[in-house]
Design a protein around this ligand. Structure first.
Ligand code: ZN
Length: 881
């Protein structure tokens, strides 16, 4: 493992390489412990570069074993080779030359899962962001693009398939017991998009005919025996390919598109050119083993990686600071895809919930950074929800400001102008400026300023002049390294709702741009007046969450109820109910802390029950309404000196009060939405299940015994219902015989299915309360917990740290100390995984002082432990700062 060097990379230091890479030709002789890599690289010196400038190649834990220049040995005096750098001097000034590097690597010893590694007997690579340099010495940066020819030689036994990027050139027998395959990828690409897979795998195949009539072979490789479970992924892939043609005019560009599912993977999936590698959890699904959420994730991630073919691969990033250029845009695209495949309103609600519970805390804490950062110490730590999800929100705001047509024109221009380029965020935004004629220079600040803006709104209505006035003020909080901020360009979708439920059409709007229902807030404070409003309207602001902001607006409960009942934007109806719930939850938390009686506003509860009982509304929407703000949402709202136990108790009390008042409605929902007939993963069926299941969660607060959940567990005919019943049993009745029995049944039934056992681990890791830590510790000794597998570690340790606020934040600090030990030990084999789980400590400063002290002490132990990776050192130091 590489330990920290403390070096910081700055955007301002960017400059192109001295040498241009023309072609790459790699030969791999695969061996589990001793793989030979031969890289033939053709370079020429970039015009204007000094003839004495050396060629400097990146490495990571490499050992050079041979080095040729134009097929002749390079004398030792002409180069320096260290594990992380190869420097070659005295190279030709003008003519192209070939460097041939030979080195050996050990895939089996590669526990970081970066570079070439082994997973379940399969050879597999992961190169983004800087993994290629663990394979061979190379200019390992995204602005070095070249066509690749790959030859793979391996034992026939155990390696039926030898796969790489591009189109298959040919293959055949090699020498004794070995065979080979050759691939050529004509599309110039950076090294992070390289992939190689070799092994014995099962395969499902299909074809897709593109809009210009070309047939593309589609192949999904999975472990033998799991082929039927890849059918949904294949279907999602074909729908993604079609959608990208129809919505963005993007056609696939090779003869073959392959997906390989592997069981050891640090992230969700990877968009390698023509050969996507997936965490198997985002490929494999059948009704018995996958939940509705699993199906939705598979659809989304298959689409995401496929969409990268244009936004990421054909147009890549100039440097890693531009990561949100490909990620923010591609998340925007996959969100649009899911919205078209499913319910747009429900998708938006789910995405905003996720944004608020993950990105907002990041943006408001010590790890806050702009979507386009200007410095980093470890790029792996910048695959964040800010780069991805806030990046997607920014793209969405461009679409809102420009409107559909100009947005599409800008995208077309981007594809046309930058195809084949390694581009910047500036290049991207410029296309929208040109397509629309709008100046987006102020808007650009979204990319370079961190922090969630706060917009405060106040309103008045003057009946005499039929004028409604809206005053807005924006502030962006200080974040690490950015103490003062400039005003942002904030598009606010706005409606004025009249008494009769109609949306007002103002005769005139003054004070700033207002177009297609969108207010353009560009000043620090700005007042808009709406004329021709015949009666006092109710303001619905930031409809559809048109901007990722915190909104402060004093609004009466009656007004919010009016929005909840009448807004034509379903997102706003959900938002109003959430806004109604929040003060109730905060008040209840304070009451719990002061040992005062906990009470809830009757109007809030009545409205909620009325909405969920409204059969005109789609079930999935009603389920979203029932899912109150999460415990971490409440903590964020309170802001400081948080007591997670009090929040938990208060939220449970709210659920109990709603259950008591709404028992009839909830029981009716539970009965009405029973799944009859065969399981289907479509959004409508999933929505029905989610409403019934959340109704059952509420009913568990109104009932003394686990009977309903135990019966549901016994009756469940799919994983969605089974896992939900199991989590109610274990969360609500943790000490019951029924819970213990269900856990044992579940474990026995799925003993040979690791992905299902992840659910068994995470359901137990999420059980709140004092018993949690003991349970986690004993589960780390379970035969189902495999410490080298990232999915297992995330399911147990990750769920505990991120998803069990009371168990993890126990007042004695024991769980923080446990996590610290785990982080240090995980770091030794897999720094990326360790650093990711450590981010669960990012909000420690907002805890009450006793817990905060324990958290700081545990973080300090990590900070002081020897030989930390750059990944963990970077996170721990920023979190403590
Ligand atoms: Zn991506």
């Amino acid at each position: 493992m590489r330990t920290d060097t403390g070096q910081i990379v700055h955007l301002a230091d960017y400059r192109p390489t001295d040498f241009v890479l023309e072609r790459v030709d790699l030969t791999f002789e695969l061996d589990p412990q001793n793989t030979k890599v031969e890289a033939r690289l053709i370079f020429h010196r970039r015009e204007g570069v000094d003839a004495s400038a050396p060629l400097v190649l990146d490495g990571d834990e490499l050992m050079l074993s041979g080095l040729l220049l134009d097929q002749i040995d390079i004398p030792a005096a002409q180069y320096d080779a260290t594990p992380d750098r190869l420097t070659i001097r005295d190279l030709p000034a003008e003519t192209p030359f070939e460097i041939c590097v030979t080195n050996y690597i050990n895939p089996e010893a590669n526990t970081q899962l970066m570079g070439l590694y082994r997973t379940n007997g399969v050879y597999c690579t992961q190169c983004e962001a800087e993994g290629f340099r663990r394979i061979t010495y190379f200019p390992d940066r995204p602005d070095v693009l070249a066509p690749y020819t790959i030859t793979i030689v391996a034992a026939k036994e155990g390696n039926t398939f030898l796969l790489s990027n591009g189109n298959f050139l040919g293959g055949g027998n090699y020498d004794e017991g070995r065979h080979f395959a050759a691939w050529f990828d004509p599309h110039p690409k950076p090294s992070y998009l390289f992939a190689l897979v070799a092994g014995d795998l099962g395969l499902i195949e299909d074809t897709f005919t593109t809009m210009s009539g070309r047939d593309v072979a589609l192949k999904i490789y999975v472990e033998h025996g799991k082929e039927p479970r890849a059918a949904y992924a294949m279907d999602a892939l074909k729908r993604s390919m079609k959608w990208d043609e129809e919505r963005f005019g993007r056609e696939y560009d090779l003869d073959i598109f392959m997906i390989v599912a592997v069981s050891d993977f640090n992230m969700g999936a990877m968009e390698n050119k023509g050969l996507n590698v997936f965490n198997d959890k985002y490929v494999l699904a059948d009704p018995e083993t996958a939940t509705d959420a699993d199906y939705a994730n598979i659809e989304r991630i298959i689409a995401h990686e496929y969409f990268h073919n244009w936004t990421g691969n054909r147009i890549t990033c100039r440097d890693w600071f531009q990561l949100c250029l490909k990620e923010g845009l591609t998340v925007y695209r996959d969100q649009e895809f899911s919205s078209d495949m499913r319910s747009r309103a429900v998708k938006r609600i789910a995405d905003v919930r996720h944004l608020k519970s993950e990105q907002f805390p990041e943006d408001g804490g010590p790890l806050a950074h702009p979507p386009r950062p200007d410095k980093y110490r470890e790029i792996n730590n910048f695959y964040t929800t800010t780069v991805y999800e806030k990046g997607a929100e920014i793209t969405g705001m461009i679409a809102t400001i420009l409107g559909e047509d100009d947005f599409r024109k800008g995208m077309d221009l981007y594809f046309e102008r930058h195809d084949g380029d390694a581009a910047t965020v500036e290049d991207f935004v410029k296309c929208f400026e040109e397509a629309s004629g709008r100046d987006l220079s102020q808007f650009f600040r979204w990319y370079i300023q961190a922090g969630t803006p706060l917009v405060s709104a106040s309103t008045s209505y003057d009946a005499a002049s039929s004028t409604f006035t809206l005053s807005l003020e924006q502030t962006v909080p200080a974040t690490p390294g950015q103490s003062s901020k400039q005003a942002l360009y904030i598009p606010l979708s706005t409606a004025l709702i009249l008494d009769n439920g109609q949306i007002a059409a103002p005769s005139k709007v003054e004070g700033g741009e207002y177009k297609n229902g969108v207010l353009h807030l560009t000043e620090r404070s700005q007042t808009f007046s709406f004329s021709g409003i015949s009666s006092r309207p109710v303001l619905s602001l930031n409809r559809g969450f048109s901007a990722p902001i915190n909104l402060h607006l004093e609004q009466s409960a009656e007004d919010m109820v009016q929005i909840a009942r009448h807004d034509t934007d379903m997102f706003s109806r959900w938002q109003a109910l959430t806004t109604l719930a929040m003060p109730n939850l905060v008040k209840a938390t304070n009451a719990v802390r002061n040992d005062a009686p906990v009470a809830f506003d009757a109007g809030f509860i009545t409205t909620l029950i009325e909405v969920i009982g409204d059969d005109a509304l789609e079930p999935a929407f009603r389920a979203q309404v029932l899912a109150l703000p999460s415990e971490s949402d409440i903590a964020r709202e309170i802001g400081s000196s948080n007591d997670p136990d009090a929040i938990h108790q208060a939220r449970n009390a709210a659920m109990a009060a709603i259950a008591k008042a709404g028992v009839e409605t909830l029981t009716a929902l539970f009965d009405a939405f029973e799944d009859k007939g065969a399981y289907s993963p479509d959004a409508t069926s999933a929505g029905r299940r989610s409403l019934r299941n959340i109704a059952m969660s509420y009913l568990s607060f109104a009932e003394e015994t686990p009977k309903r959940a135990a019966d549901a567990f016994a009756a469940a005919s799919n994983m969605t219902d089974l896992a939900h019943a199991l989590s109610i049993l274990t969360q609500r009745f943790p000490d019951s015989a029924e819970a213990a029995q269900a856990l044992a049944t579940f474990e026995a039934r799925f003993a040979d299915n690791a992905l299902v056992l992840d659910k068994w681990l995470s359901i137990q890791a999420a059980i709140p309360g004092e018993g949690a830590l003991g349970r986690i510790k004993s589960l780390t000794g379970s035969k189902h917990f495999v410490g080298t597998n990232p999915n297992r570690v995330r399911s147990l340790i990750g769920t505990f740290a991120f998803g069990n606020p009371t168990g993890f934040n126990r007042a004695d600090g024991e769980a923080y100390r446990f996590l610290a030990e785990q982080i240090v030990s995980i770091d030794k084999r897999n720094p990326q995984l360790a650093a990711r789980i450590l981010t669960s400590m990012r909000s420690w400063r907002s805890l009450e002082p006793v817990r905060a002290d324990h958290a700081r002490a545990a973080l300090t132990t990590i900070e002081r432990s020897p030989a930390l990776s750059t990944d963990v050192r970077d996170i721990v130091e920023r979190v403590l700062k």
